[in-house]
Write a protein that binds this ligand. Structure first.
Ligand SMILES: NC(=O)c1ccc[n+]([C@@H]2O[C@H](COP(=O)([O-])OP(=O)(O)OC[C@H]3O[C@@H](n4cnc5c(N)ncnc54)[C@H](OP(=O)(O)O)[C@@H]3O)[C@@H](O)[C@H]2O)c1
Length: 273
C-alpha cells in the first residue's frame, strides 16, 4: 500500500527513527523515499548510514512533495514546527502525528488547511517491533488515510483504532503502560531475591513470566481470569498469593493508575497549543 510513497519524518528521534527502521525492515517503501528531519547533523548521518534514509535539517524541504508527513517532535516543539510547515503541507498530503496530547483539529488549524490528520499513540516497545499503537482519525481523514497509518504502525507492533476522544485513555493504559510493567518486573525480581534467588536469575525469570503470560493472553484469546483459574490449584501456592494480592488491592491500584494517568493526559491535552 505504501510502495513508492514518499514519507517525511519531522523529528526523527527515538520513536520517529524506530518507525523509519520498521518501515525499512518491512520493505514498505524505498529507504531513500523516507526523509528524516531533525537538527542534529550527527544523528542524521547515523540514520543515513543505518537505514539508507534521505536526511535533512530543513523541515519544509522534507515535507514538500512527501505523500505522508509524520510529525514526531516533542509536543512542546509542536507550535514552532507547525508554523514552519504552514503552507508547505497541502490537502494532497496525509499528516500523521505521534505528538502526545495534540489534537487533530489543532494540527489542521495550525497548518491552515483542511488537511487529513491521523493521530497515533504508540508506546516505546515500537523500538523492538512490539509496540501497541492506537490510531484516531481527524475529521478530514478518509479510510484510505487511516489504512496507510495502520500499515506504518503494524510494521512495529499491533494497532487499535479508537475515536479521538479516547486517546487520553490510551495514553493512560498502553502509552504509559510499559512503566507499570517495568515496576512490576522490578518488584517480582525483588521478591525472588528476598527468597534467595540470584538477582540476575530472578530478573530473567520475572521478565520472561510477564512476556509468556502476555503471549498466553494474546495467543489463546482466553480471558485472563480463565487462564488464572486454570493454574490455580486448590490449596496451592497461586491461590495463597492471589489472596495476598487481593487483600492488598493490586487490581484497584492498577485501575487507579490508568485513571490517574488518563486524567493527567486530559489536563496536558487541554494545556496544549
Ligand atoms: N516515548 C514514548 O513513550 C512516546 C509514546 C507515545 C508518543 N510519544 C510522542 O512521540 C514524540 C517523540 O518522542 P520521542 O521519545 O521520540 O522524543 P525524542 O527522541 O526527543 O524525538 C524528538 C526529536 O525531535 C527533534 N526535534 C526537536 N526540535 C525539532 C525541530 N524544530 N525540527 C525538527 N526536529 C526537531 C529532536 O532532535 P534534534 O534535537 O536533533 O532536532 C528529537 O530527536 C513526542 O511528541 C511524544 O509525545 C512518545
Amino acid at each position: 500500500m505504501l510502495k513508492d510513497k514518499k514519507i517525511a519524518i519531522i523529528g526523527a528521534g527515538h520513536i520517529g527513527a524506530a518507525l523509519a527502521g520498521g518501515m525499512v525492515r518491512a520493505n514498505l517503501t524505498r529507504p531513500q523515499y523516507i526523509t528524516a528531519s531533525r537538527r542534529s547533523a550527527e544523528a542524521l548521518a547515523e540514520l543515513k548510514k543505518k537505514w539508507g534514509l534521505a536526511v535533512t535539517n530543513d523541515n519544509v524541504k522534507a515535507a514538500r512533495g512527501a505523500d505522508i508527513v509524520l510529525l514526531a517532535v516533542k509536543p512542546q516543539s509542536a507550535r514552532t514546527v507547525l508554523s514552519e510547515l504552514k503552507g508547505a503541507v497541502t490537502t494532497e498530503q496525509l499528516v500523521i502525528s505521534i505528538m502526545a496530547g495534540i489534537r487533530t483539529e489543532t494540527i489542521a488549524q495550525a497548518l491552515g488547511a483542511p488537511i487529513a490528520v491521523v493521530r497515533a499513540m504508540p508506546n516505546t516497545p515500537v523500538l523492538i517491533d512490539c509496540g501497541a499503537t492506537a490510531l484516531a482519525c481527524g475529521k478530514d481523514a478518509a479510510p484510505a488515510h487511516l489504512a496507510m497509518a495502520e500499515t506504518i504502525f503494524k510494521a512495529v507492533g499491533s494497532v487499535e483504532i479508537v475515536p479521538e476522544a479516547l486517546m487520553d485513555a490510551v495514553t493512560g493504559l498502553s502509552g504509559s503502560g510499559p512503566v507499570y510493567i517495568y515496576m512490576l518486573i522490578e518488584a517480582l525480581t525483588d521478591g525472588g531475591v528476598k527468597m534467595g534467588l540470584p538477582r540476575a536469575t530472578a530478573l530473567r525469570l520475572a521478565a520472561q513470566t510477564v512476556f509468556g503470560s502476555a503471549r498466553m493472553v494474546l495467543d489463546t484469546g482466553k480471558h485472563p481470569a480463565i487462564l488464572k483459574d486454570e493454574v490455580t490449584t486448590p490449596g496451592g501456592t497461586a491461590i495463597a498469593a492471589i489472596h495476598e494480592l487481593e487483600s492488598k488491592g493490586l487490581r484497584t491500584v492498577l485501575i487507579d493508575a490508568v485513571v490517574t494517568a488518563t486524567r493527567r493526559s486530559q489536563e496536558l491535552s487541554n494545556q496544549s497549543p
